[in-house]
Write a protein that binds this ligand. Structure first.
Ligand code: NAD
Ligand code: ZN
Ligand code: ZN
Length: 368
């Protein structure tokens, strides 16, 4: 009889997640089993549950790609992590390791890449299987709940800012000041940039100011591209669009300085119009950016250890996932909700699994 865990499962696209029992998975050769301590809730999880994108996950699946936990068991052949290590199970779940992209530090675009909480089950569950070669190594000094948002929202915005090629003292415009954006502001300030934050919610903009944004614009009142151009004397050198809204993309291109770079990170379904003449005549670069590599992960986490970046988190239990999704969809999450699995420790089934590992020792999960 396999042991059971609690999980939030997408059974049908566009429907509430099912809170149900799921077999505790067993790590195969080269895999690890991670006991989830915390998992952030990213807007991507909402896109995944809605089936928003052209390549859809196979139903049923467990979302969540900001999972932090302790290695509970290791499959045979695993040497890179050991039981008890604190790791993160990110969106970049695994890659082939030998294609031209993997070999050149672009494993994020590997054709064989698997995605946590999408093509592989993720962290909205008490246990999650991971590839030890692709987990985040959570540095001492960061708690699980603090680290969770950094392994997607943090790495994605840190990498995206680097991709704008904006240099210290130059302007970056950050469109969307939510889960990704509130971290982007902090990374950008830590990287010596001048920051303009754009959102459609005055509360998020007030928070952006508290986090160090040099000025803020509500995109609902007036023309945000014109406002950025005026405030920066010609446009931002770098633009990072995290807003899950197509209109923000056209506006973002419009606020880019001549020869500047507009980096697209938000992933609302659909297409947006590009003003071709302006982009060509002003030598503007428009660039997509997709999470980050394992090296980006280590760098992004190091900023937090140094205290320069700190995620603003609201802790909630797994059982609240549908209310959290509802709030995320309506822009009612101030920064990041993190599912806190600590209260679940008292549950009978969890302790049953824990006891199993305690008794059987390393590699025990293979017998589950
Ligand atoms: P979120 O809901 O926490 O934040 C989105 C923010 O955008 C909110 O503050 C909202 O008020 C604001 N917003 C909405 N419409 C806007 C507009 N027109 N102009 C300016 N701001 C607007 O979402 P999140 O978790 O930060 O994710 C944002 C997007 O980034 C999602 O589409 C997600 O899928 C995507 N994402 C992409 C990557 C990647 O690797 N490229 C990684 C993670 C997330
Ligand atoms: Zn994410
Ligand atoms: Zn590859």
């Amino acid at each position: 009889m396999p042991l059971k865990m609690n999980a939030a499962v997408v059974e049908q696209f566009g429907k509430p997640l099912e809170l149900r029992e799921w077999d505790v998975p067993s790590p195969r050769v080269g895999q690890i089993l991670v006991k989830t301590e915390a998992c952030g809730v990213c807007h991507t999880d909402l896109h995944a549950a809605h089936g928003d994108w052209p390549v859809k996950p196979t139903l049923p699946f467990i979302p969540g790609h900001e999972a932090i936990g302790l290695v509970a068991a290791v499959g045979s052949g695993v040497t890179i992590v050991k039981e008890g290590d604190r790791v993160g199970v990110p969106w970049l779940y695994s890659a082939c390791g030998h294609c031209e992209y993997c070999l050149t530090g672009w494993e994020t675009v590997c054709a064989q890449a698997q995605f946590g909480g999408y093509t592989a089950n993720g962290g909205f569950a008490e246990y999650v299987i991971a590839d030890p070669n692709y987990v985040a190594h959570v540095p001492a000094g960061l708690t699980a709940t603090e680290a969770a948002p950094l392994i997607c929202a943090g790495i994605t915005t840190y990498k995206g800012i680097k991709q704008t090629e904006a240099r210290p003292g130059e302007w970056i415009a950050i469109s969307g000041a939510g889960g990704l954006g509130h971290l982007a502001i902090q990374y950008a300030k830590a990287m010596g940039l001048l920051v303009c934050a754009i959102d459609i919610d005055d509360g998020k903009l007030a928070h952006a100011t508290r986090l160090g944004a040099d000025f803020v614009i509500n995109a609902k009142t007036g023309d945000p591209a014109a406002a950025v151009k005026k405030a920066t004397s010609g446009g931002a050198h770098g633009v990072l669009i995290t807003a899950p809204s197509l209109i923000a993309f056209k506006q973002g291109v419009g606020m880019t300085r001549k020869r500047g770079t507009c980096v697209l990170v938000g992933l609302p379904p659909g297409e947006f119009p590009v003003p071709l003449f302006d982009v060509v005549a002003n030598c503007i670069t428009i660039r997509g950016s997709f999470v980050g590599t394992r090296q980006d992960m280590a760098e992004a986490l190091a900023f937090a250890v140094g205290g320069k970046v700190k995620a603003d988190i609201e802790l909630q239990p797994l059982s609240s996932i549908n209310q959290i999704f509802d709030r995320l969809e309506h822009g009612d999450v101030p920064s990041r909700v993190v599912l806190d699995f600590a209260p679940a420790k008292t549950k009978n089934q969890r302790s049953e699994v824990d006891q199993h590992f305690a008794k059987a020792g390393a590699g025990s999960a293979r017998d589950l």
